[in-house]
Design a protein around this ligand. Sequence first.
Ligand code: FES
Length: 259
Amino acid sequence: MAEFKYTVGDRTIVPPGTKMIPIFIMGKRYEVPEGLTILKALEYAGYRLTRGCGCRAGICGACVTVYRLADDYRLRFGLACQTTVEPNMYLTQIPFVPANKAVYDINELSPDIGTIEKLYPETFRCLACNTCTKACPMDIPVMDYIQALIRGDIKAAAEISHSCIMCGMCSLRCPAEIQHFHVAMLARRLYAKYIQPKAKHLAKRVEQIKAGKFDWMMDELMNLSDEELKKRYKEREWEPEPYDPNWRPKETKYLIIEE
Ligand code: FES
């Protein structure tokens, strides 16, 4: 695949001999270099993206895109910043569609089915058609976490929905008009607050930080010159790849093994 270099802004510099492929943006045909992401192809075609694009790293969910390929009945979904163009791809950018979001104080909720019923009653309208799962650009089995919530299994819903990027495509496609991504966020909050075992070692470490146990390390760093800091950074020890749980750095004075 051709390699693209970028200069200032988003202008794509195309190496000579790069294969060009046809795509359709809102019905108009464009020739774009093979290998571009959909976002880059839109920009190559002359579109300036002021909406529907954020992190460009597959995290924010702003760029979710619906498309079809020529002679294929299927609707396809992908993140425009991660999905590369294919010949005869028919693209239309769909704006984010707002979904109803319940207002609550997490401290006043209980982690059970009653909370889901109260805050997101439409969840129980699920038809189990699985359209939400097919629409998810993150390949999350969305219907499975909705069904878990209907059974009152908050833990399962939180774990299944863990990679959700809140793009909202599930809700947009749902014939039962469920707010999947918002109810999943609620499940993860309930799980973190009430169900997940507490990280006692973390609480202890926070206490130690507050008590000043590590102040000497900060003082040491703050008193280094820029040159010494750069030297330390360059000479820092790296954990082995793949990670070895038995690995220990040669310099152990900064290792605080719990007593
Ligand atoms: S721009 Fe953020 S996920 Fe694509």
